[in-house]
Design a binder for this molecule. Sequence first.
Ligand code: MIG
Length: 800
Amino acid sequence: MILNTELEYKGNMFPSKIISYKKNLDTLSFTAENNVVLQVTVQRDSILRFRYSTTGVFDKDFSYAITKYASRGYNFLEVTEDVDKYIITTSKITCHIAKLDMRTAIYDVKDNTLICEDELGFHWEESYELGGDIVKMSKTAQEGESYYGLGDKPVDNNLKGKRFENWVTDSYAYGKNTDPIYKAIPFYTGLHHKKSYGIFFDNTFRTFFDFCNERRNITSFWAQGGEMNYYFIYGPQMTDVVSYYTDLTGKPHELPALWTLGYHQCKWSYYPEAKVKEITGKFRELQIPCDAIYLDIDYMEGFRCFTWSKEYFPDPKRMVKELADDGFKTIVIIDPGIKIDKEYSVFQEGMDKDYFCKRADGPYMKGKVWPGECYFPDFTNPEVREWWSDLFKELVEDIGVKGVWNDMNEPAVMDVPGKTFPNDVRHDYDGNRCSHRKAHNVYGMQMARATYQGLKKFAYPKRPFVITRAAYSGTQRYTSSWTGDNVASWEHLTIANIQAQRMCMSGFSFIGSDIGGFAEQPNGELYARWIQLGIFHPFCRTHSSGDHGDQEPWAFGTNITNIVRKFIEIRYQLLPYLYTAFWRYANEGVPILKSLVLFDQTDTHTHYRNDEFICGEKILACPITEPNAKGRRMYFPVGNWYSMWNDELFEGGQELWVEADLDSMPIFIKEGAIIPKYPIQQYVGEKPIDELVLDVYYKEGEETSQVFEDAQDGYDYIKGRYSLRDFKLVGKESSVIIQQFKSGKYITPYETLKIKFHGLPFKISKIQIDNEDVLFEDVKLNGDNTIIVSKEFTELHIVA
Ligand code: MIG
């Protein structure tokens, strides 16, 4: 293990005095006497990229993380100098670079607050054995600073006081604080004095982050090779930091098909066909909505990818079609290990084309996984990715599989020390040949990317769906993900909640956990509580290892079945709400789940909260994470919140006790919100949507809400065939006005909106729609506060 940045450590080298400066368009280069070069690129007014070379020469600039669609360009740029520093100014920030030693300090341009400052700054150690440098950076922590992000770390939201490592690792039954686990997302946000910034260290080697752990006031990060290459991203709003980072590393390339936001059922494994049918049949019989059914490794012939077991699945095409007729989309697992078997065509092709990874001195990288001894495609080679993507033709185009689940892509190998490839394995790295030390953290990402390319090609004109276990920054462009092999315990319910929030604030919102736990078995109570949390996660799937018993919604008795059904039904009703949140994520990089600190960073109470979160823009949820609970204490952030169950109003800015028996959960709606709902369906597309429900929560004041809809699959929305409703609500003591601004060319199948008012402080006596008086009796529906109006209205006025 490499030591951190202690000054006393004699191997450290530092930049010396700056002797020259050059500007080339948006890139400024500073050269020191000892040949260290610092390149600062102004990506945007609020984003600076810092790149250091210790020799005066930079390697070819290449990144798997940064998307070519990233926004670029600034409104203002000026470089000046005084006696001891260079000063870079944009419309958002000022950056000082010390002439003496290249140390940097960044300020908010408006009020000169110090945002982020080098302590030792850049320093390095030569890596004698392997070549290259061990590159390091240390920064001074500001007073009261908190830290967030870093992907899937199973620890409390606030990272302060801890040290982490990024090296994607198969982590069966990991626990709280296990590090590293499946993902490497070297991006964090800092928050102090109500201002937030982010650091993205785009280095795929094993990286380390220390947040005031080794030294109380110092935050540092370093890597076992590669370049010191990081992006500084200024907010000051944390939500902006996250969306700028997401813009830089990529938003999902397309919206997910709506059904992918439905409920998914999985187990290791459902087989043979009769068992699969029994499970799907039971969902329909018990009327528990479900959209997807999974086949884990046992569907294959001897675990050979792209084959089917003749014994268990004699006619997959027929089965997949029958499932589809019943509303189930079939999703199959595909692992990276290809069985060494000269009778197996995928293996033979891989050999003929020389696509498998090799060790330093030439032999193949051989490792044991489920099929036995395997070779592994080098997914960092674009030609291999192309080949891999074509392998999906039969599965997707012919058999009709709707999604592919990539597992074991860390890569996980069973019989070698370290449970992954040895460091000397060679990779193409898109023409920048390197060892596994550099390619390890992106191997799974590139596999998921190749799988995505295949699905995209063969599912077209439908949208692709991929799930991956391993990921590096940017993987969110191609695929969804789950949090790996968790455990059926109450502690893991808490961990799942934090991991989903953390992934969302790390730019990766399409995330969920194995509901109920993968290892061991939940009791009915734990399963029900986990479903309650799971319905708010973008990816909502029950999965279990199967060797501990059944984990379907009906496996725990009628009472639990009824609770589970009730919550899955709520998810199906909320589909247009979730879809709108996803659209905002895919369009603007807005995280789907927001930890309270993201919702209100100015309230210091939020800085250490873990359990409460906002789903979308308007729903505050907080899972019950203890057995035998009748309720819990939870923190309400700023604003007023209605209980979803009974419209009771709670005032924010305080911790309060809320009731939540096993058939309930703390769910609150922000006042002023307009929440869209669909009728309950057993699967997406079961029924035409003949009416959109809008739940309107009264507020004295203003609030805006959005509803995004489209054909629920396909690419027409890109050509403008979507329907966006922008609502503005203005509530007064004795009236409410709702304005609707419509855009997009998609014609929704329903004609009317069913508007339900909640929390109205008055009795409706008069209604005006688009300036015409309407008799309340003509539009009202059962109960005083529900009305039905044309979907095209532009202004609705209700008066006491
Ligand atoms: O070595 O395919 O995380 O979801 O069910 C275990 C079997 C391999 C690990 C995955 C899990 C999956 C299981 N896999």
